[in-house]
Design a protein around this ligand. Sequence first.
Ligand code: HEM
Ligand SMILES: *[C@@H]1O[C@H](CO)[C@@H](O)[C@H](O)[C@H]1NC(C)=O
Ligand SMILES: *[C@@H]1O[C@H](CO)[C@@H](O)[C@H](O)[C@H]1NC(C)=O
Ligand SMILES: *[C@@H]1O[C@H](CO)[C@@H](O)[C@H](O)[C@H]1NC(C)=O
Length: 465
Amino acid sequence: MIPGVLFCCFLLLLVFLQWHRPKDKRLPPGSMGWPYIGETLKLYAENPNSFFFNRQKRFGDIFKTHILGCPCVMISSPEAARIVLVTRANLFKPTYPTSKEKMIGPEAMFFHQGAYHSRLKKLVQSSFLPSAIRGSVSEIEQIVLRFLPSWKNTTINTLQEMKRYAFDVAMISAFGEKQDLETEGIKHLYHRLEKGYNSMPLDLPGTPFHKAMKARKLLNETLRKLIQKRRQSRREGGGLLGVLLGDKDNEKLNQLSDSQIADNIIGVIFAAHDTTASVLTWILKYLHDNEDLLEAVTREQEGIRSKIVEANRGLRWDDTRRMPLTSRVIQETLRTASILSFTFREAVEDVEFEGYFIPKGWKVLPLFRSIHHCADFFPQPERFDPSRFEVPPKPNTYMPFGNGVHSCPGSELAKLEMLILLHHLTPTYRWQTVGVEDGIQYGPFPVPKWGLPLRVGRRNKTATP
Ligand code: HEM
Ligand SMILES: *[C@@H]1O[C@H](CO)[C@@H](O)[C@H](O)[C@H]1NC(C)=O
Ligand SMILES: *[C@@H]1O[C@H](CO)[C@@H](O)[C@H](O)[C@H]1NC(C)=O
Ligand SMILES: *[C@@H]1O[C@H](CO)[C@@H](O)[C@H](O)[C@H]1NC(C)=O
């Protein structure tokens, strides 16, 4: 009797809930897969690109799914992505796993919205504007000139080498050109922290995550020492750290706290180096596979080199603004490789969206890669063809650095370090892949398999007509 009544109540409740979802509140189409695991297994079994592509074909540009324990809405039209990232960005907050937040530091700007975010964003942006980084050209050139000879006549793991390069550039951007006593310690601890970034967030003795968190604590202390030293000496010093130390909120005169500064310094190093290194690895791969293009880029760089050598000076910012073909190679690499395939947002309230209903708490993922690989915007999308950028892409179809309030403040620096490397690499060196395996690995960004092992040698100038 009682179970019967309960069952009826349950049925009534279901009917009631159905009625009370107004007809216009329609969820986007799509399949939610199995309870809890949803479509996660399918995402990993298929490769991510075909997972997104197949669903987009079947359900359209806005579809729902369920991955990693969360209901999600995936977005692959430029207009809808713009709404999420720009026009109604206040309704969609950034969201990251708590383990990432703990490792980078909860006060890093990625995790925030509103006044705190915009205060930090302005500071970080100001220290990576062209006017702020143009003075770093010769410093970055020195780093390149230290690296290149060490690659000669050996087999390098391209991704690892590019990480070392991008890390060194990130360090001078963060702390300035003058080394502090603490620099070596910070480098060492950061590398220990880094080992845990993509581990299971299992905080038990011995796990990579646990070791990373230990390194994070020590890094916290080392950074605090450096911050206090710079505060006491009243010399803020260079780099982003100098900018953050110098900031006083004009009204309240309140400085950023040590933790706010430390978390954002670590955040920027994190955001700056694997990304840039992965893109550089792809550039070497694409130039290797497209010989004519490599020769054309080489000619462009040789033209600039010969002027510089003639004038007996170093590379300057203005030189880097006269590399149109090399710049298009970078643009096309950013499109083709789309190393940030998508980003995560979360609906902060129930949202009406393009005729659909997105419930509060659902994740919303603008799919950069799907937009960059859509034949309507980039004909023959799988072809590597820098000449497509001779005309600007259609609005909102090209977002390698994101869009809106959370877009990348480091884009100019990233492009600058790629230009400087190619300027010295292409006229003097050539590279051959080692092993024949073509393929992609995720770590977590997509890169060529095994990090692209290369054999680097001097360029054989006689061989080129
Ligand atoms: C080629 C290399 C890079 C790529 C492809 C890239 C891409 C991106 C993208 C797509 C976003 C937006 C993420 C989102 O909306 O959720 C982002 C954010 C960010 N990037 Fe980059 N980035 C690169 C290099 C750098 C560098 C060199 C720096 C350091 C200066 C940097 C610092 C940041 C920071 C601090 C954010 C967070 C901004 C915010 O939350 O407001 N990135 N990046
Ligand atoms: C760094 O240290 C400060 C003060 O001891 C603490 O409040 C903060 O939570 C620490 N941050 C991390 C990420 O451990
Ligand atoms: C690199 O190899 C070339 C040709 O095989 C040789 O002439 C040159 O001496 C080598 N350089 C170094 C630094 O080993
Ligand atoms: C360099 O070019 C010459 C002449 O074309 C050729 O004989 C030689 O094998 C080439 N060497 C390499 C290392 O490619």
